[in-house]
Design a binder for this molecule. Structure first.
Ligand SMILES: *Cc1c(COP(=O)(O)O)cnc(C)c1O
Length: 385
């Protein structure tokens, strides 16, 4: 392994070295940092709930009632009433028998996969699946193959192959996302669900970017498409549209009972602060109520405007503007930043080599003029390269 200075120099040379941006303000649609005030097109707080006054008040009240920390892991004395209530509410929204929360979506993925599959099993995973899913898969020590992104022919040929060699009791698990984090496009869930039924496979669906944003009450894309009953394991996060922090699985009671006993990131980690679990319930009330409907509608309008001005498909709040090289993506992002717009460059290894891009993320609280300005500035940059 090269030395640390060598590794850093290499990253620098490849234009892959990343840096933290310190904010001097709360994160919102406008932020303040060393570069000055910026319009923020980089957060996953799709519905703007992280700064919602009603939730701040709920969090303050819950902190007074429950304190700031949970004191231990869930299996010791860290399983407080707000955790249980939140899990019941999540199960009810997801229409599953049960749900279980974790400290983050990442912890959810790396705890759940090894608890459900092992070395004798086979996982088929979309090529663009999130790092947390990949790490969970690796930790499970199951065999795995990736299928080309959203490619049903490839998936079905891998399934066929697996079927031919399937051992008794071997589990076959398909892992994909509903809304992809770096491309913003949707998985063909109806077709995937049909395939998984045909091959007697399980399906784990990561709705990190779908939960809160799709479906009548924000339950997710699977609900919007009416295929939610066919998803065996729903994975979600409380850190994106819900505006807080944490992750969850919604599934059958027995799956949840097994996770309580086997998911190491659940068992060996301190429970999330109870005030977070309480506030998440109020956030879910908002998401499933009129405010959620209104914010999803606003997001839709902004998305349509961006799609029209940028002349690109915009299936979600995540809009990728593909540029290819890391240099171009960084130059684009820098030029936009000079115009007061924070639109990050996404590079390898977050996305495949030579598919560096700008990633414009919309928030229901952006204004139409803010989105219009951003799209015009992006078009301006594109026309000069
Ligand atoms: C962000 C993300 C996660 C992790 O969720 P956190 O709560 O941020 O840890 C998992 N899967 C996908 C697809 C994500 O985009």
């Amino acid at each position: 392994m090269p030395s640390i200075p060598e590794q850093l120099a290499e990253l620098e040379k490849l234009k892959l070295k990343r840096q933290l941006i310190e904010l001097n303000s709360p994160q919102s649609t406008t932020i303040d940092c060393a570069a000055g005030p910026l319009i923020n097109f980089a957060s996953n707080d799709y519905l703007g709930l992280s700064q919602e006054p009603e939730l701040i008040a709920a969090h303050q009240a819950a902190t007074r009632q429950w304190g700031v920390g949970s004191g231990s892991s869930r299996l010791i004395t860290g399983s407080l009433r707000p955790h249980h209530q939140l899990e019941e509410q999540l199960a009810s929204i997801k229409q599953t028998q049960a749900a279980l929360t974790f400290t983050s979506g990442f912890a959810t993925a790396i705890g759940t996969l090894p608890a459900l599959v092992g070395p004798r099993d086979l996982i088929l995973v979309d090529k663009l699946a999130h790092a947390s899913l990949i790490d969970g898969i690796k930790l499970s020590r199951a065999k795995f193959r990736s299928f080309r992104h959203n490619d049903l022919d490839h998936l079905s040929s891998l399934l066929q192959n697996a079927q031919a060699k399937r051992q008794p009791n071997q589990r076959l698990l398909i892992v994909t996302e509903s809304v992809f984090s770096m491309d913003g496009d949707h998985a063909p869930l109806r077709e995937i669900v049909a395939l998984k039924a045909a091959y007697d496979a399980w399906l784990l669906l990561d709705e990190a970017h779908g939960f809160g944003c799709f479906g009548n009450n924000g339950a997710g894309l699977a609900h919007q498409l009416g295929v939610h009953q066919q998803i065996d394991i729903h994975l979600g996060t409380l850190s994106k549209a819900v505006g807080l922090a944490g992750g969850f699985i919604a599934a059958d009671r027995q799956v949840i009972d097994l996770l309580i006993n086997r998911a190491r990131s659940f068992i060996y980690s301190t429970a999330p602060p109870p005030a977070i679990a309480h506030t998440a319930q109020r956030a879910l009330d908002l998401i499933t109520g009129p405010l959620g409907t209104k914010r999803r509608h606003q997001l839709d309008q902004l998305r349509q405007l961006a799609a029209q001005l940028l002349n690109c498909p915009a299936a979600s709040a995540i809009i990728p503007i593909l540029l290819g090289s890391s240099e171009t993506a960084i130059a684009a992002s820098q030029s936009l930043r000079n115009q007061g717009l924070l639109i990050p460059a996404i590079r390898y290894p977050t996305v495949p080599q030579n598919s560096a891009r700008l990633r414009l993320t919309l928030n229901a609280n952006h204004t139409l003029p803010q989105v219009k300005n951003a799209a015009q500035a992006i078009n301006q940059f594109l026309s000069t390269t």
